[in-house]
Ligand binder design. Structure first.
Ligand SMILES: Nc1ncnc2c1ncn2[C@@H]1O[C@H](COP(=O)(O)OP(=O)(O)OP(=O)(O)O)[C@@H](O)[C@H]1O
Ligand SMILES: [Mg+2]
Length: 368
């Protein structure tokens, strides 16, 4: 598999799956299912030579509190929303590639000094115990070596997933009568969509940030490799809650409607801009760490996605914090679409939110 076509984290979850007797189905349609905090999104893709085409897509909003810290607390609502999304998109394939997000998954860059590579696994597991806030027996751990430097330095990406979360996510997918063929990390789906649409360079890197409702997925990648990854626990909901509180509105839904209306009173646009300041500070921290640790080539720019990236003036605020050119990711730069229902206007209306489900669908396609 070529790295330019979504090779991120390719084998990363192999052990994770085998450790749980994960059963692979037959090759089927390439469907990505994103169980987001605010909506369920499904995308189907088709491979055309070396590129991809989006053939089907739908999203279904979730009511408040279907998940809490990403633990699924309202299974029935999520199962129904998955089924509705599959019906609305007219997807008949049953096999999906989905992912775990938020606090159920820990993805961490480790920089280790290893005298003898035979000791790598022991050291990774030892380090993992320092970082993982749960009992080690409750998690499945996997890792991938990203590079080797001077003085026996080895760069590793560690992934730990809480078994209970994995079972919960796979459980709702199965209850929706689907087969969770691959469970990935949304961080890698983000990178997949980027690599299928933009030239992949080894001499410079790119910072990707997908701003969801509850979490922001951050990846700095170069040459097909994720060099720094982070799942930060903030997103658009934080702003919606602040709007509700400060304007004393009766419900979160009122605050959400006001926020996305595009016609914002001055006091609301100030609150919305706070997301930019939180994100700007977070990205600056990641960039400084990346640069100080010499993790890879210089960062050429930032691409934003996720529903939160629609917030007014966000790119400008991020540019001010990071001094890097910042744009919205265009998931249809190379990926085409194959449906008469997908007008240009429709594609641009889904561009921010389609990035993760599209990356998951491509991952499913790469495996078939
Ligand atoms: N025009 C807009 N301005 C500001 N925020 C917006 C706008 N449109 C959508 N959002 C925000 O985007 C968020 C939803 O984005 P997205 O669908 O990417 O999240 P999700 O996938 O459900 O969540 P997560 O990725 O955290 O699981 C919500 O918080 C919503 O308020
Ligand atoms: Mg999301």
């Amino acid at each position: 598999m070529s790295t330019a076509q979504g090779g991120a984290g390719n084998s990363l979850f192999a052990r994770l799956k085998s450790g749980l007797n994960f059963s692979f189905g037959q090759a089927g349609g390439c469907v990505g299912l994103s169980i987001g905090a605010s909506s369920i999104k499904v995308a189907e893709v088709k491979k055309i030579k070396d590129s991809w085409a989006l053939t089907k897509y739908a999203s279904v909003s979730l009511p408040e509190l279907s998940t809490d810290s990403r633990e699924i607390i309202n299974t029935v609502t999520i199962v129904r929303a998955i089924q509705t999304a599959m019906q609305n998109a007219k997807i008949s394939s049953k096999e999906v590639c989905s992912a775990i997000v938020g606090s159920g998954i820990i993805v961490k860059n480790l920089s280790l000094v290893i005298e003898n590579m035979k000791d790598l696994q022991d050291q990774v597991f030892w380090e993992a115990e320092q970082y993982i806030p749960f009992d080690i027996s409750e998690v499945v751990i996997d890792y991938q070596v990203m590079g080797k430097g001077k003085d026996n330095q080895v760069e590793v990406i560690l992934i730990a997933v809480k078994k209970a979360f994995l079972e919960q996510y796979m459980g709702v997918i199965e209850e929706a009568k689907l087969v969770p063929k691959i469970m990935d990390a949304e961080l890698f789906a983000l990178q997949n969509t980027f690599e299928c649409n933009y030239a992949v360079s080894k001499t410079e890197s790119m910072l990707l940030a997908d701003i969801g409702a509850m979490s922001t997925k951050i990846v700095i990648c170069s040459g097909g490799n994720p060099l720094l990854v982070k799942d930060a626990a903030f997103g658009g909901t934080m702003i919606t809650q602040e709007i509700q509180r400060e304007l004393n509105l009766p419900s979160l839904n009122d605050a959400e409607a006001l926020k996305v209306s595009g016609n914002l009173p001055h006091e609301v646009s100030e609150i919305v801009a706070r997301l930019g300041h939180v994100l700007g500070t977070e990205l600056k921290k990641s960039i400084d760490f990346y640069t100080a640790s010499s993790l890879g080539p210089p960062i050429a720019g930032i691409l934003l996605s996720g529903g939160g990236s629609r917030a007014a003036h966000l790119s400008r605020i991020i540019e001010e914090y990071t001094q890097l050119p910042t744009q919205l990711m265009n998931p249809f730069q190379k990926v085409t679409s194959e449906s008469k229902d997908f007008t240009e206007q429709y594609l641009s209306s889904i561009a921010a939110e389609v990035v993760i489900p599209l990356g998951l669908a491509i991952r499913a396609g790469d495996k078939t």
